[in-house]
Design a protein around this ligand. Structure first.
Ligand SMILES: *Cc1c(COP(=O)(O)O)cnc(C)c1O
Length: 371
């Protein structure tokens, strides 16, 4: 068992696994292009290391959520195409052109704003987002009909991509998938512009070729989360979270553990306190269902997760592996991001994006660090 030199938890991010996951998705897309979604700091894993790794693996189009994320990504990757999923921000239009970022036009207001800017500025490229059933962002059918009736609404706007987003792609049998596909196919010919189409997120890529169109748009699968829930995970795991044992305690009389005396404990038992808590993104809602792993033994959490500390019942773990300073896997080969999410009543996306900034981050493989 490795001993840590410091007291904090260690987050290991396998960049080679991210590259391998990208290549696997490229393969699944059977010749269609594959973008990479790196919004929210590459789902919490660190865009500075993740984005260059994906570019080296062949990604040419990147998606982010916000203008600021796009500007930061442009500084890292001068060559690639970058699409910002939110609409153009009034007053910041020139920033998109200066940094060669494509805003996404999500409603008629976005279209009008970008058209006004296009009247005074050439090269105003954008993505056009159609709502086909997600009801979050994107032009409604009525708005598409308005644009169809009045093509000059798009005057000067160069539509580089047409996007739509699936609501239930992780449930292959959900009827909304085919419904959205039908809606997209019905809307496309109504538009006065032609452009390549991107529809499938990670799970959408696994719905089959009907959903692939011209460009896959995966995020979470790149980072090792299972895009096919309920079936074996085709992706390589990317994240390992290990926390050091700060203190061991032999329980020799009945008592309770942690805040609120929320969980009773009976002797004999061995408890290990590890240095990770909810301030690190380790969900308080996980207790009391969550587990960690020592070797191949699952060890349950006892009591409530606190801000910096969590207590594990390591009674069943091999003695040599539960010594002060030994590292315990909270996420790792024996306990996946998806399992941890399940125990916390959430999804892998939230586990990754909640990962705290306190961890020592240890990157393995991948493209070199910038600068
Ligand atoms: C986040 C996002 C994606 C990526 O989705 P995953 O499920 O993580 O693959 C794709 N498209 C849009 C519009 C998004 O917001």
């Amino acid at each position: 068992m490795p001993r840590s030199e410091h007291r904090g938890a260690v987050l290991t991010i396998d960049l080679d696994a991210i590259a391998a996951n990208y290549r696997l998705l490229v393969q699944r897309l059977q010749g269609r292009a594959c973008a990479a979604v790196v919004k929210a700091n590459a789902y919490g894993l660190g865009v500075e290391r993740v984005a260059p790794t994906l570019a080296a693996a062949g990604a040419r189009t990147f998606f982010v959520a916000h203008l600021d994320e796009g500007i930061a990504l442009r500084a890292l990757l001068p060559e690639v195409e970058i699409v910002v999923l939110s609409g153009p921000i009034a007053g910041a239009e020139a920033d998109y052109v200066r940094h060669r970022l494509l805003p996404t036009l999500n409603h008629l207001g976005d279209i009008a704003a970008w058209r006004r800017f296009a009247a005074v500025q050439t090269g105003c490229r954008a993505a056009l987002h159609l709502d086909t059933g997600m009801a979050r962002l994107g032009l409604s059918r009525r708005e598409v009909e308005l644009v169809a009736a009045e093509p000059k609404l798009l005057d000067g706007v160069s539509v580089a991509w047409i996007l739509s987003h699936l609501a239930c792609a992780d449930e292959p049998d959900h009827p909304l998938n085919r419904k959205q596909l039908g809606e997209l196919r019905a809307l496309l010919p109504r538009l006065p512009c032609r452009a390549p189409v991107s529809f499938a997120n990670s799970s959408g890529i696994f719905l089959g070729a009907d959903y692939h169109f011209d460009l896959g748009r995966p995020g979470v699968a790149l980072y090792g989360v299972n895009p096919t829930p309920g079936r074996p995970n085709p992706m390589r795991p990317v994240v390992r979270l290990q926390a050091p044992i700060l203190q061991l305690r032999d329980v020799d009389r009945p008592g309770s553990v942690g805040y609120g005396a929320a969980q009773a404990i009976e002797p004999p038992a061995k408890l290990a306190t590890v240095g990770v808590g909810y301030a690190d993104g380790y969900f308080r809602s996980s207790s009391p269902r969550a587990r960690a792993v020592v070797g191949d033994v699952h060890v349950p959490i006892v009591g409530r997760v606190s801000m910096d500390l969590t207590v594990l019942d390591v009674s069943d773990a091999p003695l040599h592996a539960v010594q002060p300073g030994c590292m315990i896997d909270l996420i790792g080969p024996g306990h996946t991001v998806d399992e941890m999410a399940d125990e916390a009543g959430t999804i892998g996306y939230e586990v990754l994006t909640a990962l705290g900034s306190r961890y020592r981050r240890n990157y393995v493989g991948g493209a070199a660090a910038p600068g």
